[in-house]
Design a protein around this ligand. Structure first.
Ligand code: SF4
Length: 82
């Protein structure tokens, strides 16, 4: 299919497990979104609720291996011109 990729309709998180080292900085930044499991894995919410969006951005910024990708949904436009 040819054309532009559609923006996500929801704020979505993904973690590249190939580079994540389970440091846990993301857990400290966004405990509602990330969790280290007792077995040493990382669990996270794939859909970010609007109230957690800023924490998700902080986690993505602070991750030392840049493992976190955040695809933000387009915010609704209010019409008119900027
Ligand atoms: S901060 Fe980055 S490297 Fe550390 S656990 Fe979270 S995603 Fe993995």
């Amino acid at each position: 299919m040819i054309g532009r990729k559609r923006p996500p309709t929801r704020n979505q998180l993904s973690v590249n497990n190939d580079v994540c080292r389970r440091y846990g900085f993301c857990v400290a930044e966004a405990p509602e979104l990330f969790e280290l499991t007792p077995s040493g894995g990382l669990r996270y919410r794939r859909v970010v609720p609007p109230r957690e969006l800023e924490n998700a951005r902080s986690a993505a910024r602070i991750c030392p291996t840049l493992a976190i990708a955040l695809a933000e949904a387009e915010s609704p436009t209010r019409g008119g011109r900027a």
